[in-house]
Ligand binder design. Structure first.
Ligand SMILES: [Mg+2]
Length: 450
């Protein structure tokens, strides 16, 4: 373990809910719940005001509605959150080449690797400045943990929440961890926690007191040794730069050049399926689909397409690879074909979303919609269905967002991120000719780091 607290862990505060509050002045200071609004939807993020009622992420939406009936319930606007995330990750990459994102709103940064910090004082300064820059650029708050290891940096940011900074001084780690629950250690879930509790071990200190042999006897070799080391605050895991550089790919070289276009197309579909099997086997999804073609004269082309969100859906990868192939001339014959997926992620929050969104689509009587869906959708019978939470523009009243929709009416609140006071609400017929979907407005106009 290093001697200086130069590993930084950033975690944005109630990210999706905070982004919605920043975007919609009337929701600031109010309970906001973002997630799937269908009968089997789950909460993705709850604002701190909603957490007071006991609402938390991964909770069934129906339960959240019982706990906080007056909260604002919104479908996620994933493209919007990703744009903000890109801004935040950009600020982190300015600090170091070693940035390890854990989700859209959470990442480790090795400050020493970037030369940004080398001791306690410089590390604290970087953390303070980073929080100010995030606020200036995104209008949102993030909490920062600083420590000499990843485990402690993450614990520190948890303690810093919301909107704070905690630095754990090297040498104080064991005293800090001692009284904490065993559940604070990485890899200790409910099952392992129960197992340890039945052996009379509930705190980190008690793991140390039990001794390594006893912990190994209880949990087995692989898990026991690692856990005992963590209890002693020994954590040498390195910050690993994001997986974007890596990819999962498969390719085939053919004994005889393929000339038949239909056969080339079939081979690409087959490779796409194989690639997805490998991707899923590794528990990953990716955003960028890559097609590689080596032609009869050994000239090699790669073509890629980046999707709006990560996928591990064979149909999506097949389609994208097929589209890429359309743009490649294969008339002289093909020696090799390859299909790959890069921009890999295992964003768990996103998976939660994908499920929630899938459920929402099944609901007919609710203005909820798919994650990447447009603000308005033409339903059978020609009725326009407006999605709650999405941005719209009215010819006469300007920019606003859909507060609710049903029975041929849509309610819009006209306000923008720059407004201080909540905007006014108006109701229209769903087919009002003056109303059209709009892009989200930036939270900060021309925001630059200070
Ligand atoms: Mg967060």
């Amino acid at each position: 373990m290093r001697a200086a607290p130069t590993i930084l862990h950033l975690d944005m505060d109630a990210f999706y809910a905070s982004a919605e509050q920043a975007s919609k002045p009337s929701l600031r200071g109010k309970a906001v719940v973002v997630g799937g609004l269908g009968p089997r939807g789950v909460v993705a993020t709850a604002s701190y005001e909603a957490r007071v009622f006991g609402v938390h992420s991964a909770m069934p939406m129906a339960q959240a509605r019982r706990l906080a009936p007056n909260a604002a319930y919104l479908t996620p606007r994933f493209t919007f959150y990703r744009a903000i995330s890109d801004q935040v990750m950009g600020l982190l990459r300015d600090l170091s080449p070693l940035v390890e994102p854990l989700s859209l709103d959470e990442a480790f940064v090795d400050l020493e690797a970037g030369g940004a910090a080398w001791d306690e004082e410089s590390a604290r300064l970087v953390g303070v400045r980073l929080r100010a820059d995030i606020r200036a650029v995104t209008a949102l708050t993030g909490s920062v943990g600083l420590a000499a290891s990843k485990m402690l940096a993450k614990i520190a940011s948890e303690q810093a929440k919301p909107d704070g900074l905690v630095l754990i001084e090297p040498g104080t780690e064991r005293a800090l961890l001692g009284p904490m629950s065993v559940r604070i250690l990485p890899g200790v879930g409910p099952a392992t926690g129960d197992h340890l509790r039945r052996a009379g071990i509930t705190t980190v200190e008690e793991i140390v007191e039990a001794g390594e042999d006893e912990v190994v006897r209880l949990l087995g070799k692989a898990h026991g040794h690692g856990l005992y080391a963590m209890a002693l605050a020994r954590d040498d895991r390195a910050v690993v730069a994001e997986r974007d550089t890596k990819s999962v790919s498969v390719e085939d070289t053919y004994d005889v050049d393929i000339h038949d276009r239909v056969r080339v197309r079939m081979e690409v579909q087959r490779l796409a399926d194989r690639c997805v099997r490998r991707l899923r086997g590794a528990g990953l999804s990716g955003r960028t689909i890559v097609l590689k073609v080596r032609r009869y004269d050994f000239s090699t082309l790669t073509r890629s397409e980046t999707l709006r969100g990560p996928t591990d859906d064979p149909a999506v990868v097949r389609e994208a690879a097929g589209r890429l192939l359309e743009a490649v001339d294969t008339t002289g014959g093909v020696r090799l074909l390859g299909v790959g997926v890069s921009g890999l992620a295992d964003y768990t929050q996103e998976d939660l979303f994908a499920q929630a969104a899938g459920e929402v689509d099944l609901v007919e009587d609710e203005a909820g919609g798919a994650v990447e869906g447009p603000a308005v959708e033409e339903r059978s019978g020609g009725e326009r269905q407006w999605r709650a939470g999405h941005d719209v523009r009215h010819a006469e009243y300007g920019h606003g967002w859909v507060q609710g929709s049903g029975l041929g009416r849509v309610t819009v609140r006209f306000e923008t991120p720059e407004d201080v006071e909540p905007g006014r609400v108006r109701t229209f017929r769903t087919d009002d000719p003056g109303l059209e979907p709009a892009e989200p407005l930036p939270l900060v106009r021309g925001g630059v780091p200070g």
